[in-house]
Design a protein around this ligand. Structure first.
Ligand code: UD1
Length: 354
């Protein structure tokens, strides 16, 4: 059985690693990893392959950046000949990035079976490019592997046949569970005892320059009460430079994007994490760390209902108030959702093979 994995952007790499590893246990399975090249900087890509121990991808399509249409079309054009030549029995796609939907479109037209890892998540906000990617991908797939039961319900409501849906749990947490024992060595010696960890990269936050400036200036002011460490995504760094804010943000600890283990190490020690990422909402819930999500909605509602996540929308006053609540010692208690147990990938591998 030949399985091709397609990945392209940073959050995909933590998801493919455990599935690749679990499938390696089956001698009947041959695997190929195709990297679309959507992310290409060393810090956004290669370092993850090194740390996660899955070796270099077999193929890199080197599509690079572009508009949504350009990027999606370039992936499709370059991926199609590979599918035609390799004739895989199954293509696995991950998450909700442009690489995910592009590969699913190619395979569905060639009538090659597709499995979606992290299927069924919905923010119900079609202004998010990822929501479009999620909706289209799930309609095209033959196997849908969901991380939580709300995702099953979303798929059923969209008319997806029950027998295609498999509730397996969260593969991102598989990677976290495996890597957690290695983070101690990555804790910086000069780390403050209490600090906030900040990440921002969603277009809804960083492409609205007025809002971005308001939020970052408020956080820079707050950092006199609680130090803030801020690994900056390339898209966000570009917007900060455009705003001429580098000087005003001198108090924020601006860092380059971090490798997986270094970022996880900081999460384990942070007093609070402020983010607009999807995966970080999940990781903080697993770690029991307070998470403030600077978004109006989330495709991962279980992190709010069961976990440590609080949605604060686009409201600087609310952000300040929640931060003060947390530094005063108030905590949202949480439970780890079902099947976020480090074994989701083994369930996927077993379903795929059998
Ligand atoms: C993409 C995903 C998003 C995911 C995020 C994780 C889509 C639609 N979006 O967003 O869901 O949460 O990845 O990081 O697929 N750039 C670099 N170096 C790189 C990669 C990007 O400098 O290695 C810069 C380029 O200027 C590029 C911009 O970042 O134009 C945005 O990159 P892109 O892949 O289009 O989207 P992300 O914002 O990273």
């Amino acid at each position: 059985m030949h399985i091709t994995h397609v990945v392209g952007a940073r959050p995909n790499f933590m998801k493919v690693a455990p599935v690749f590893r679990a499938l390696r246990e089956y001698s009947t399975v041959r695997q190929t990893v195709v990297h679309t090249g959507q992310h290409y900087d060393f810090n956004m890509s290669d370092v993850f392959f090194q740390e996660l121990g899955i070796g270099a991808p077999d193929v890199n399509l080197q599509v690079g950046s572009g508009s949504h249409a350009q990027q999606t079309a370039n992936i499709m054009r370059r991926f199609e000949p590979i599918v035609l030549e390799d004739k895989p029995d199954l293509v696995l796609v991950y998450g909700d990035v442009n690489s995910t939907v592009a590969a699913a479109l190619v395979c569905s037209k060639l009538m090659v079976d597709i499995g979606h890892v992290e299927a069924g998540l919905r923010s119900f906000d079609r202004t998010m490019p990822e929501e479009i990617n999620r909706l289209v991908t799930d309609q095209l797939c033959n196997l849908l592997f969901t991380p939580s039961e709300d995702a099953d319900q979303n798929l059923i409501q969209e008319g997806v046949l029950r027998e295609k849906i498999h509730f397996v749990g969260n593969v991102m947490i598989d990677t976290l569970v495996r890597m957690l024992p290695s983070v101690e060595a990555r804790i910086p010696g000069d780390l403050p005892e209490r600090f906030a960890l900040l990440t921002l990269h969603r277009p809804s936050n960083v492409d609205d320059l007025r809002w971005l400036a308001d939020m970052l200036c408020a956080l820079a002011e707050f950092s006199t009460e609680l130090p803030i460490l801020f690994p900056v995504h390339p898209r966000t760094r570009d917007r900060i430079a455009k705003l001429g804010l580098n000087g005003a943000l001198a108090h924020l600890g601006l860092l380059e994007p971090l490798p997986y283990l270094d970022f996880l190490a900081l999460q384990t020690r942070a007093t609070v994490v402020i983010t607009d990422s999807g995966g970080i909402q999940e990781e903080t819930t697993y770690l029991g760390k307070q998470c403030l999500t600077v978004r109006e909605n989330t495709e991962r509602p279980i992190t709010v209902e069961m976990g440590t996540n609080t949605l604060i929308g686009r409201d600087v006053n609310r952000l300040r108030a929640e931060l003060h609540r947390i530094i005063a010692g108030e905590r949202k208690t949480a439970h780890v959702p079902p099947f976020w147990d480090g074994h989701a990938s083994e369930r996927i591998a077993s379903i795929v093979v059998h």
